[in-house]
Design a protein around this ligand. Structure first.
Ligand SMILES: Nc1ncnc2c1ncn2[C@@H]1O[C@H](COP(=O)(O)OP(=O)(O)OP(=O)(O)O)[C@@H](O)[C@H]1O
Ligand SMILES: [Mg+2]
Length: 175
């Protein structure tokens, strides 16, 4: 499924017209956004199409020759916790990849939160590092802006708020 396919065949519910416009604008300026480190947040309830449309942007980024990595947050944290207890080289390689890949898609941001204390600080460090080096992140989340503010540090919240386009999805699940 890519963005053009979605345009043609997707049932674009009226309540998501604005969200799709934000995504379309981001996608139309993708090269400039990737080069300037501008990210995108897709926020909204389960099943509203956030991950599908995020993947369509990744596919477009790949046609521009940009390396992309998609990982769900629970999976990211499980991998980090497991690797951090074992082979140091494998762990560092994984973390370097998260920091250096041109476009990172963090799917289900917030779903990792309860797993450990170490986790939010690790995620914060990666987000801030990528921000400083103008490397964009696309982030999907079920959590509200307020939740992010309360559960991540002000430093992360400010960066996400200041430098990211935000598409808010509403309505019923497509599932
Ligand atoms: N515009 C659309 N029209 C019809 N079906 C869609 C549309 N967008 C996505 N879908 C379908 O709806 C289902 C849910 O989509 P998706 O996984 O992208 O939602 P999500 O917002 O990421 O949900 P979650 O918050 O649970 O991760 C999928 O089966 C997907 O193929
Ligand atoms: Mg999803």
């Amino acid at each position: 499924m890519d963005f053009d396919w979605l345009r043609k065949h997707g049932s674009f519910p009226k309540e998501n017209a604005e969200a799709y416009d934000v995504v379309k604008k981001y996608s139309d300026n993708l090269k400039a956004n990737l080069d300037s480190g501008k990210g995108l947040i897709l926020r909204g309830p389960a099943g509203t199409g956030k991950t599908s449309i995020a993947v369509s942007i990744l596919k477009r980024a790949m046609t521009l020759g940009k390396g992309c990595l998609m990982i769900s947050m629970p999976n990211l944290l499980d991998t980090m916790l497991t690797l951090s207890k074992g082979d140091n080289v494998a762990y560092l390689r994984f973390e370097q990849k998260l920091r250096n890949i041109p476009l990172l898609l963090l799917d289900d941001f917030g779903a990792e939160y309860s797993k450990s204390d170490w986790v939010p600080s690790k995620v914060e460090s990666i987000i801030i590092d990528r921000y400083n080096r103008m490397k964009p992140i696309i982030l999907t989340t079920n959590y509200s802006d307020t939740w992010t503010k309360e559960n991540y540090s002000q430093r992360v919240y400010d960066r996400l708020r200041g430098e990211y386009a935000v598409a808010i999805f509403n309505g019923e699940s497509h599932r």
